[in-house]
Design a protein around this ligand. Sequence first.
Ligand code: FA5
Length: 338
Amino acid sequence: MVEHILNLKNTALNDINLAQTLSELEEIRVKYLSKKGEVSLLMGKLRDLSPEERPAFGQQVNVLKESLEVALYQKKQVLEDQALLLSMASEKIDVTLPGYQFYQGSLHPLNQVIEDLEDLFVGMGYEVAEGPELENDHYNFEMMNLDKDHPARAMQDSFYTDETMLLRTHTSPVQARTMLAKKGEPLRIICPGKVYRRDDDDPTHSHQFTQIEGLVVDRNITFANLKDALLKMVRHLFGPERMIRLRPSYFPFTEPSVEVDVTYIKKDGSIGYIEILGAGRVHPNVLRMGGYDPEIYQGFAFGVGVERIAILKYKIDDIRHFYTNDLRFLRQFKGVNK
Ligand code: FA5
C-alpha cells in the first residue's frame, strides 16, 4: 500500500511538472483531488483495512493530498506569471510613437475684433447692449429720423419679411431701444451685431456684415469727445502712429455727420486713407424721440464695420474669406490677439 501511495505521488508530481497551461493544470487537479479523483479513491480503501492499520494509512493519504495541493498551488503561480508576461508582451504600448494630432478651435477673426473692442470700451465705462436682428421698421428707420418716404432709405435697400419687419440694415436701432430703456438717464453703450442689406457682394461689400454701434448721451457732449473716442479706438486697433480723417457726410440720425477714414500705407509706400465708419452728433429729433431734451442732453454716435477693421488689421484681400469657413484661413488667426 505504501508503495502504491508513493507511485501515485510521483506520477501526480510528474504530471504537475509537465503541465504547460492553466487548463491542463486544472485537469490534473480534477484527476487527483476532485471528489472522484485518485486520492479520494485511495481514501475509500480505508474500509478494506483493519482498524489498527487505518490511522497510519489515513495519515499517509492526507500527507499525499497536502503535498499535491502545494505542488498544484506553486505550479499555478508559475503558469499565471507566465501568462501575465505573455499578455504584457503582446499588448505592449510604444509610448515613443507620435500621438494623434488634436485640433483646438479658436475665435473667428471677426469675433476677435469684437471682443477686443468690447474690452476697450468697457474699460472706458461703456456697457455692451444688444438688439434683435429681425427688427421693426419703426426702430430701424423711423426712430432714426428716416420717415416712410425718406430718400436715404434707398441707401440701405433692405430684406423685409412683411410690411413692418425687416432684417436690420444697421446696428443704429439699438440706439433707439437703449434710449427708451434708460428713460432719460445718461448712457454710453456699444452694440456689436450682424446687419443685412441688399448689396452687391464684392471684395469689400457683403449683403450680411457686422457692425459695432457706439452711442453716448450726456450733458456737455461735444464733437471733441467723439473725436477722442474714435482716435482711441483706431490707435488701440492699429497702433499709436495712426491718424484719422473726418470727412463731412450725411446721416439722417446725426447732425453734423462725418465719415471717418484711417491712414494706411499703400503698396507704393505712400500714405492713403480708407473709410471704416460713419459718425456724428446725435440729431435733436433722435434725442427727442428717445426721451431726451436736446436743450439739456447732447450725444455722439458711430457705426463701424467690423469686417473693414479686420481687413485692415490682418491685411485680408477679400471680405468673403470671413464667411466661407475655410479652416486654412481660420487657423491663421489662432491666438493672434494673445
Ligand atoms: C451706417 O450704417 C450708419 N448706421 C453708421 C452710423 C452710426 C453713422 C451712428 C452715424 C452714427 P454706413 O452705411 O456708412 O453707415 O455703414 C457703416 C460702416 O459699415 C461703413 O463705414 C463700412 O465700414 C461698413 N459697411 C457698410 N456697408 C457694408 C457692406 N455692404 N459690407 C461690409 N461692410 C459695410
